[in-house]
Design a protein around this ligand. Structure first.
Ligand SMILES: Nc1nc2c(ncn2[C@@H]2O[C@H](COP(=O)(O)OP(=O)(O)O)[C@@H](O)[C@H]2O)c(=O)[nH]1
Ligand SMILES: [Mg+2]
Length: 377
């Protein structure tokens, strides 16, 4: 059976598009006074500078919906908190109305999934009216139960943030977490720079609060926690390698390795979606040709498999032209881990997306793949 690498890469791209198309939209209301750091926070947590891209579309008197093409996320940004009690009451009503409209649609893409209430730690105090607002909101949210997270912004003083957190906790508010963050590095004159922190905690709290059907979306849109992306991606690799081993429960004639390809493509698609990069066909072609290979007419040709087996301790050789179930699983896992490794380099800025299909990119992929094979049994 011959496999065309060009076709395999195209199938992978199709699988990625399909997964992206099926992502549910994540909808978050972000409330708090002007100047507390909402826009800075949103741009630090989510990809593609979502806030800068426009003023958003007004949905109520004091709320605008910010979206960006290609990002399965909507932020409902509130305004006017600093204008006093009357406006705050209006904002609260608009928030509850928006939640109810979302629920009435019975569509996960329209529902509000989370509320972030932002308080500036650097402001040194929590206004009693803000606590009251949160109390009223959580009362009205008793039935709807949308998770409310208080984000303490500009928390360059961890001590002040902790004090503020203690105050909020002592109020017994119906909120799921109080998370101190510093979205961007903060320079204190003469004292140096306080590095940004806490956004990964916010992602973790979100991951625990959101339903499973929104977790791929969360990972796709967030840029604050590499760790969270890797954990999710590694779970996809584990699933695929178990499936590959299952498909190969009987020894796989190497010609039938085509059977494994859909599992591996689905895995590659999952990892791509989790990292949220715009991966092109040439990158996938580079990945496949520099790992499982494109030797001869087959993607996993006999010669390629023979060479791979030499790398896997205890894998043996092709017996009667077949590889074992375990070997299929190992190769799948190594491919997945190598791809995660590459995505990690891009995430950290150590490699550009465009570099991946170059000679250097391919060499890096081969190296990561071989490393993965060598440490696995
Ligand atoms: N260094 C630093 N500045 C921040 C941070 N958050 C907010 N700021 C600054 O505070 C000001 C108001 O922030 P902005 O995000 O526009 O607040 P918004 O009105 O709530 O959207 C801006 O000058 C930001 O640069 C942060 O985490 N670090
Ligand atoms: Mg703003």
């Amino acid at each position: 059976m011959s496999i065309d690498i060009n076709k395999v890469a195209q199938d992978a791209i199709d699988a990625i598009s399909e997964k992206i198309k099926n992502l549910k939209q994540l909808n978050i209301i972000v409330a708090g006074k002007t100047g507390v750091g909402k826009s800075t926070l949103i741009n630090s947590v989510f990809r593609d500078n979502i806030v800068e891209t426009g003023m958003g579309k007004p949905v109520t008197n004091h709320m605008r919906k910010i979206t960006k093409k290609g990002v399965p996320l909507a932020i409902y940004d509130t305004r006017g908190f600093e204008l006093g009690k009357e406006v705050q009451t209006e904002v609260k009503k608009e928030v509850i109305d928006t939640i109810n409209v979302g629920l009435a649609s019975k569509d996960v893409n329209e529902a509000i999934h989370c509320i972030w209430y932002c308080i500036n730690t650097a402001s040194n105090r929590i206004e009693p009216e803000e606590i009251e607002w949160l109390k009223d909101l959580s009362d009205e949210n008793k039935v709807t139960q949308i998770p409310i997270i208080v984000v303490l912004t500009q928390s360059f003083s961890k001590k002040k943030a902790q004090e503020m957190k203690n105050t909020l906790v002592s109020e017994n508010l119906d909120i799921i977490q109080v998370v101190p963050v510093l979205a961007e590095d903060y320079e204190i004159e003469d004292l140096g720079v306080v590095p940004a922190y806490g956004l990964d905690v916010l992602i973790q709290v979100m991951e625990e609060a959101l339903p499973e059907e929104l977790i791929d979306t969360l990972q796709n849109v967030q840029i604050a926690s590499l760790k969270a992306k890797k954990i999710r991606a590694q779970a996809a690799v584990a699933t695929a390698s178990v499936a590959a081993a299952g498909e190969g429960a009987a020894p796989i004639p190497f010609g039938d390795c085509a059977l494994l390809i859909p599992t591996q493509l689905s895995m590659i698609a999952s990892i791509t979606v989790i990292f949220g990069f715009n991966v092109s066909k040439s990158i996938i072609t580079a990945l496949i040709s520099s790992t499982i290979g494109s030797g001869g007419a087959t993607v996993l040709g006999k010669a390629v498999v023979s060479n791979l087996l030499k790398l896997i301790p205890g894998a043996g050789t092709i017996v009667g032209g077949a590889i074992s179930a375990g070997t299929a699983g190992v190769i799948t896992a190594a491919l997945g881990e190598a791809y995660i490794g590459i995505m990690e380099l891009v995430f950290k800025g150590d490699m550009k997306l465009d570099d991946l299909s170059t000679k250097k990119g391919k060499e890096t992929m081969t190296k990561l793949f071989k490393e993965q094979l060598a440490i696995k049994k």
